[in-house]
Ligand binder design. Structure first.
Ligand code: ZN
Length: 320
């Protein structure tokens, strides 16, 4: 083998290796900032049944420099009081889940649903008084994720979801949706976000089953669509006993296509812990994973946006 053949072989081997494995060394400035940057946790579960106490939530947030939290339900007065202006208060998840458990998926699309009646009646008042900033987490399609009895698939553009969007639209509020990518959803969300331009859509977990190109397609067409990155590392798969490497990041860093996407649309991404499913005790691990496997691998000027500045902007929160 002559020298140039050897060179070509090594180059090809290098390309092949970098395609298989995305181990990267983080920029030292990014690595340093990632350890301490304040975080807004926009997928902070606060279940009213068997959920953590308000004191527990505040303690865990403080221990991890998570300064703001919420974005998903249930809406609990004790947590609202304990967090004050750190709270991204949200309604609708409890009603949505209760309706599903008691009536099945078909009534989730009906505005006359008795589980939504009080919420639709009271929501204007709650927005006006600053008691809520949005709705969520509303699961429209989780047929391939989460605990089996909780799975369902309904169309996202349906009369009940339209009602949530129309109320949020009056108050520049948000709707956080947990769904998974498919062609019908793409059409639905483009239609909803055009019809309700003041409503911000937050896609939970950055749209499971979506490729980075699918998110780029939505972000290019609509300013009022964002996503949050929870459940995209190794921790959630491990807790769910699924043997899979992280979808967007793992111990080797952020996958190149996801890094490119986040850095191309740095104002569309936020962070979340998503300690659903009885995993409250793992909160510290969830934040540590973000600070270790995700943030250090982002460009230094993008880290603060993703960690908290985008959340401050869209939820109208103040620096603490
Ligand atoms: Zn969730």
């Amino acid at each position: 083998m002559n020298r140039s053949t050897l060179k070509t072989t090594l180059l090809l081997a290098g390309l092949l290796f970098s395609g298989l494995c995305h181990a990267q060394a983080p920029d030292p400035r990014s690595a340093e900032l990632a350890k301490t940057v304040p975080i807004a946790d926009v997928h902070l579960h606060t279940y009213s049944y068997n959920g953590p106490s308000a004191a527990d939530i505040v303690e865990k947030m403080n221990a991890n420099n998570v300064r703001w939290g919420g974005g998903v339900g249930d809406l609990r007065g004790d947590i609202a009081n304990a967090l004050g202006n750190r709270h991204i208060a949200t309604a609708g998840q409890r009603e949505f889940a209760e309706s599903f458990i008691r009536q099945g998926p078909s009534t989730l699309v009906a505005t006359e649903n008795i589980y939504f009646r009080d919420l639709f009646r009271d929501a204007h008042d709650m927005f006006a008084k600053g008691m809520i900033k949005g709705f969520g987490e509303l699961h429209t399609n989780n047929e391939n994720s989460g605990p089996q009895p909780f799975r369902r698939k309904i169309k996202t553009d349906n009369p009940a979801i339209r009602k949530f969007y129309s109320i949020a639209n009056e108050f520049n509020g948000f709707v956080q949706i947990h769904t998974q990518h498919n062609a019908e959803f793409t059409e639905d969300i483009l239609r909803l976000s055009a019809d309700f331009p003041n409503t911000l859509t937050i896609l939970s977990h950055c749209l499971p089953l979506g490729q980075p190109e699918d998110l780029a397609n939505l972000f290019k067409q609509r300013k009022n669509i964002m996503c949050e990155l929870s459940s995209n590392g190794e921790l959630h798969f491990r807790l769910a006993r699924i043997n899979r490497p992280g979808r967007a990041y793992n111990a080797d860093g952020v996958r190149p296509r996801w890094k490119a996407l986040i850095e191309a649309f740095p104002d569309r991404f936020m962070l979340g812990s998503d300690m659903c499913c009885g995993w409250d005790a793992h909160y510290n691990e969830a934040i540590t994973e973000i600070r270790t496997n995700l943030l250090p691998y982002l460009r230094v000027d993008v880290i603060e946006l993703v960690a908290y500045k985008n959340a401050l902007r869209v939820f109208k929160l103040s620096e603490l």
